[in-house]
Design a protein around this ligand. Structure first.
Ligand code: PEP
Ligand code: MG
Length: 467
């Protein structure tokens, strides 16, 4: 296969040369062999077409029949915002402000905070918009100057907006800083609160944000917020569903617990029902309802979410093209059919299969109507044209994941993921398409859609079994 732009153009070029000369790359240890040459060729052709579609997708987000869907990026600071600004996105759907302060012992002044937020806003000053999330300190994101110490159960404790109950000035100062950054940059700025559980919380937050001249929203991460979405929307301008926490709290399963990965799956029927309730409330109110959790980065699920009425999808920059390109192939009718199929399924695997059946049928239909593309000249070898491969794994839908000698993880569709801390040694992909990695020190990391999450325990090797 032709060169994938990894982080080294020269290595890519030499690998591409090897590919065209028919050499087998000397250091590849694992290969996937297809005994049927025609099948292998067909897979290569489909893979080429998919990657070409990804590369040529330049936004803006919409379904095949023109329903607009905002495709947005999740960012953590000025650097990640500037990178994301080069991607075909309509803006930022989740700026996780707490990530700017993980190493800070003292709360930064309003002026310093405004400067930090301003870096993110300035990257999107060109008529795009940024959704800033107020501090989600606590639980899995401890911030020294905000998080309460010694809580017995921090995931159910004083995290996110709840910190402002005992320390209202902390939120006031952050809102002042966000408003100052919005004024200085002129960027359209929306502000939302994490971990909102009641309409009273949403009402008070919205008043504080509106009084500073900004759009106000809340995250739907707690099941109570989903069930009361219609009432929340009477007081806020928009909702954003954090499927990572919504799944954790709906399924009563710690999102960090590796043993519970089958429960912390946004395809769980109960989670899908809550998303559908929230999206329906948005449609009725005529207000935007987005998804900014990991679910938005799954191209298959994204189509079903849009079918439910979700108006924006926010994700790690690496997922933007796969999601945008997939959505562009599916009409709104098919998205709605996919949503119905997912909601009718009895478990995550059945939901995924049902959506795939709906979308594949659409594509087969499309293929019948298209003139068949010319078949490429068969070639005996295809080479991943990044750095050398150290390990490979096959993920959902047959997508190949490659752990390269440069420490980066690549997906065969061209997506590159950031380095795993401590140098990755082995990789495996679970049935939800999430990569799991063991590093040289035996630590286990899981890709959560935007960062590598350190999981409990240590391992020498990793493998994912059936179920
Ligand atoms: C979520 O919970 O889905 C979310 C986007 O917030 P975070 O992952 O930062 O908790
Ligand atoms: Mg969350």
């Amino acid at each position: 296969m032709e060169a994938q732009a990894g982080n080294s153009r020269s290595r890519s070029a030499s690998a591409a040369r090897r590919a065209s000369s028919g050499d087998i790359p000397a250091r590849i240890k694992h290969l996937i062999l297809f005994s049927d040459a025609a099948d292998a060729e067909e897979r290569v052709r489909v893979d080429r077409e998919t990657r070409a579609a990804l590369a040529s997708w330049t936004g803006p987000g919409s379904t095949a029949d023109g329903t607009p869907v905002k495709i947005l990026a999740n960012v953590a600071d000025g650097d990640s915002a500037r990178l994301a600004a080069d991607a075909p996105v309509d803006g930022v759907g989740l700026f996780r402000t707490e990530l700017c302060f993980l190493n800070r012992k003292e709360e930064p002044s309003v002026e310093e905070q405004a400067e930090i937020y301003g870096q993110v806003l300035a990257a999107f000053g060109d008529s795009r918009y940024v959704v800033v999330r107020t501090l989600d300190a606590g639980s899995d994101k401890p911030v020294a100057f905000a998080t309460l110490q010694g809580e017995e159960n921090p995931a159910l404790g004083v995290r996110g907006l709840r910190l402002s109950f005992g320390n209202p000035a902390l939120l006031d100062r952050q809102l002042d800083a966000i408003a100052a950054a919005a004024n200085q940059t002129g960027t359209e700025t929306w502000v939302m609160a994490p971990m909102v559980a009641t309409v009273a919380e949403a009402t008070q937050f919205a008043e504080q944000v509106h009084s500073r001249g900004l759009k106000a929203g809340v995250m739907v991460e707690v099941p109570s917020a989903a069930l009361l979405a219609h009432r929340m929307l009477e007081v806020v301008d928009f909702l954003s569903i954090g499927t990572n926490d919504l799944t954790q709290y709906t399924m009563a399963a710690d999102r960090m617990a590796a043993d519970l990965a089958h429960l912390t799956d946004p395809w769980q029927p109960a989670v899908l029902q809550l998303i559908a309730i929230t999206a329906e409330a948005g449609k009725r109110a005529g207000k935007p309802v987005g998804v900014c959790g990991e679910a938005a980065a799954d191209p298959l699920l994204a189509c079903a979410l849009v079918g439910m009425g979700i108006t924006s999808l926010s994700m790690a920059a690496a997922a933007v093209r796969p999601v945008g390109a997939r959505l562009a192939t599916v009409g709104m009718d098919a998205c709605e059919e996919a949503a119905e199929a997912a909601l009718a399924a009895s478990d995550p695997m059945a939901a995924r299969a049902a959506v795939l059946r709906v979308l594949d049928a659409v594509q087969e239909d499309d293929v019948v109507r298209r003139t068949p593309p010319p078949r490429p000249t068969p070639s005996p070898w295809t080479a991943f044209a990044g750095p050398h491969a150290k390990d490979v794994a096959v993920g959902a839908n047959g997508v190949l994941w490659i752990l390269a000698t440069d420490g980066n993880i690549y997906r065969w569709d061209g997506t590159q993921f950031q380095q795993v801390p401590g140098g990755a040694k082995r990789i495996a992909v679970d049935p939800n398409g999430r990569a799991w990695v063991v590093n040289d020190g035996g630590e286990i990391y899981r890709w959560d859609g935007s960062t590598w999450q350190l999981m409990p325990g240590r391992a020498l090797d990793i493998g994912i079994g059936a179920n």
